[in-house]
Design a binder for this molecule. Structure first.
Ligand SMILES: [Zn+2]
Length: 374
């Protein structure tokens, strides 16, 4: 039976970026409460593990020390006049907040705990829903992300000799992770996302496919606004399994942001909970037995709670009933695990997304598959 770990502490839900900020840490509590209401944590094969604070050396394994120290200063209200040097601003995507250093260090520490638990084979899979900050860059904050917990966790496993396949299904391009591993063949990064022509951060075109020994080891699958489950799954299955199987990773790492959901207020993909579960099952089939998953984007609270509960249950080999437990329904009014209202997927509206997906796929098959002798 698959042994799984859910990395969680209520502290992870407390750092409010700004009252009106769309990234709401409270979503993690909803995920935890929903899983708890389903009694998943009483199962023998499922554990909850506490995160720890990552230390300065661990954080500096990817980030510039001047940036790490600046975040610490801003976190205690010092030197705020320098915040713009690191892409922070009071009214923008990345506000500074009291305690943000500890909060970001806790996310990194949670991902390190997840990496350690699967690397030491204490569990087969681990999920840090409070991580997944894939946009953070070495020297500045970017796209709601301060420290890149994913890169730091993957680097720790790579340092011990692991080959890591990283698959990023967030609606946004995983630019920070791609940047970290752009010139190495030790980490295969695959990001499937809404095209940068329409969405932040603007990068992630097929033509970005790695350099030097990393040539062919960065894969981008840009999709059009309006892409539905059917087109998404077709694109995913055509590109991802052949590359991952050829790569033969020791570890599967995934960023499973659910801002691809049709109800998400920031993006324009049209994935449903049914499609999302199928994508998670596809990821599961690619795991070599050790799988670390990170959270990520997701700005519709109901979609986040239901989808990440589904994801963790699927990782753990547990089937959740379609009716939500009554305690959760009484607290939040939600009744169904899967979407009731879904999106329109008539062939007409799907034609352009399919056309764009085909273009991405064909370029990858023509330019990148031969580099891997596929
Ligand atoms: Zn996102």
């Amino acid at each position: 039976m698959t042994k799984s770990a859910f990395i969680y502490d209520p502290k992870m839900t407390r750092n409010i970026l700004r009252e009106d900020h769309i990234l709401r840490p409270m979503r993690l509590r909803y995920v935890y409460e929903l899983l708890d209401a389903y009694n998943i944590f009483t199962k023998d094969n499922v554990l909850i593990q506490s995160p720890r604070l990552a230390n300065r050396d661990e954080i500096s394994s990817f980030h510039q020390t001047d940036y790490v120290d600046a975040v610490k200063d801003f976190s205690s209200g010092k030197n705020l006049e320098r915040q713009h040097l690191y892409n922070f601003s009071d009214s923008g995507d990345n506000p500074t907040t009291t305690g943000m250093y500890e909060s970001a260090a806790l996310s990194v520490g949670a991902s390190l705990v997840a990496a350690e638990t699967i690397w030491n084979q204490n569990t087969d899979v681990a999920f840090n829903a409070g991580g997944g900050f894939h946009h953070a860059m070495p020297g500045y904050a970017h796209g709601f992300c301060i420290f890149n917990d994913i890169v730091i966790a993957i680097q720790e496993m790579v340092a011990q000799g692991a080959r890591v396949a990283y698959i990023d299904i967030d609606a946004h391009h995983g630019d920070g992770v791609q940047h970290a591993f752009y010139d190495t063949d030790q980490v295969l990064t695959i990001s499937i996302h809404e095209s940068g022509d329409y969405l932040f951060p603007g990068t992630g075109q097929v033509e970005e496919y790695g350099k030097q020994s990393g040539r062919g080891y960065a894969i981008n699958i840009p999709l059009a606004p309006g892409t539905s489950d059917k087109t998404y799954l077709w694109a995913f299955k055509t590109i991802v399994p052949p590359l991952v199987m050829k790569f033969e990773p020791d570890i599967l790492a995934t960023q499973i942001g659910i801002d691809s959901h049709f109800a998400d207020p920031l993006t324009h993909l049209k994935i449903t909970t049914f499609g999302y579960k199928k994508i998670i099952e596809e990821l599961k089939s690619l795991s070599p037995g050790r799988w670390i998953a990170f959270g990520g984007g997701g700005y519709d609270m109901s979609a986040v709670a239901r989808s990440w509960a589904l994801a963790f249950a699927t990782m753990s080999g547990v089937e959740l009933g379609p009716t939500l437990p009554s305690v959760f329904t009484e607290r939040y009014g939600l009744q169904h695990l899967y979407d009731v209202e879904t999106t329109t997927t008539d062939p007409e509206s799907d034609a352009n997304p399919m056309h764009i997906a085909k273009k991405s796929i064909q370029t990858i098959q023509r330019e990148i598959f031969p580099l891997h002798k596929i």
